[in-house]
Design a protein around this ligand. Sequence first.
Ligand code: PPY
Length: 308
Amino acid sequence: MLDLAPQPTHGCLLRVAYQGVPGAYSEMAAGNAYPNCEAVPCEQFEAAFQAVEQWVVDRAVLPIENSLGGSIHRNYDLLLRHRLHIVGEVQLAVHHCLLGIPGVKKEELVRVLSHPQALAQCEHTLSKLNVIREAVDDTAGAAQFIAANNLRDTGAVASSRAAEIYGLEVLADGIQDDSDNVTRFLMLAREPIMPRTDRPFKTSITFTLEEGPGSLFKALAVFALRDLNLTKIESRPLRKRPLRVADDGSDGAKSVYFDYLFFVDFEASMAEQRAQNALRHLQEFATFLRVLGSYPMDVSIKACPTSQ
Ligand SMILES: O=C(O)C(=O)Cc1ccccc1
């Protein structure tokens, strides 16, 4: 991936924080985005974000959506809570394996541990196995835990690289429900990159609107009017003011409304006039607007290593 963000000035490798332990898909995404980087494992996303904020690392990797499981909502919330900028994206074809202690047969497994997204992506295989599913923080962490505790009745859904690292056996390969299982990861930095027009760019924004008929229609029209292609729209409840009670005016009964924060990605660079015009137009009626980043679009899908 071409990263146009400022490089570290101390002459060292780019340091990229990810949530999980070695063998996690986020680590692979970091390696795909920055081939010679030093990937830095973090227990939680908060720690990965803080590591960037405190200049301990240069970037953080964040999985944001998956072609089978959809949006990773918690990570949209994290994007808003922190002040980091999106400087790139990577699309990784995720190939899940069922891992176990060497010599164990998959029929002997009583439970399977993994990241909730990975468990959801392997729903079909896991239902057939009739095992208890348990969610943990990351796929490779599940593999590490099973190996460290020699758990013969427990399997992990993780990468074949995690099997190699933690000395587990691949009991089944390619167990995701659909062979097309792509996860999109965002690369985050302290500073935004300079938007350019010499290659395809994407811009991610977030905004809130006044409640009222057609307000979202009006917001989306600012892009349609300028022929700007939207690649994603997501809405999240507005945390600080999650519920609003309004008098509906009839018999005094109260109706409850949800207030939403919208996340939109569109195919253009903020260096383009039409993108600037669209956001100026949106600003006229949006109650809040923030550009999360304008960054080179990943037009390819990177393969994740398989056990064959
Ligand atoms: O747990 C991991 O390995 C991750 O990087 C998160 C994740 C989980 C499932 C699919 C893609 C990313």
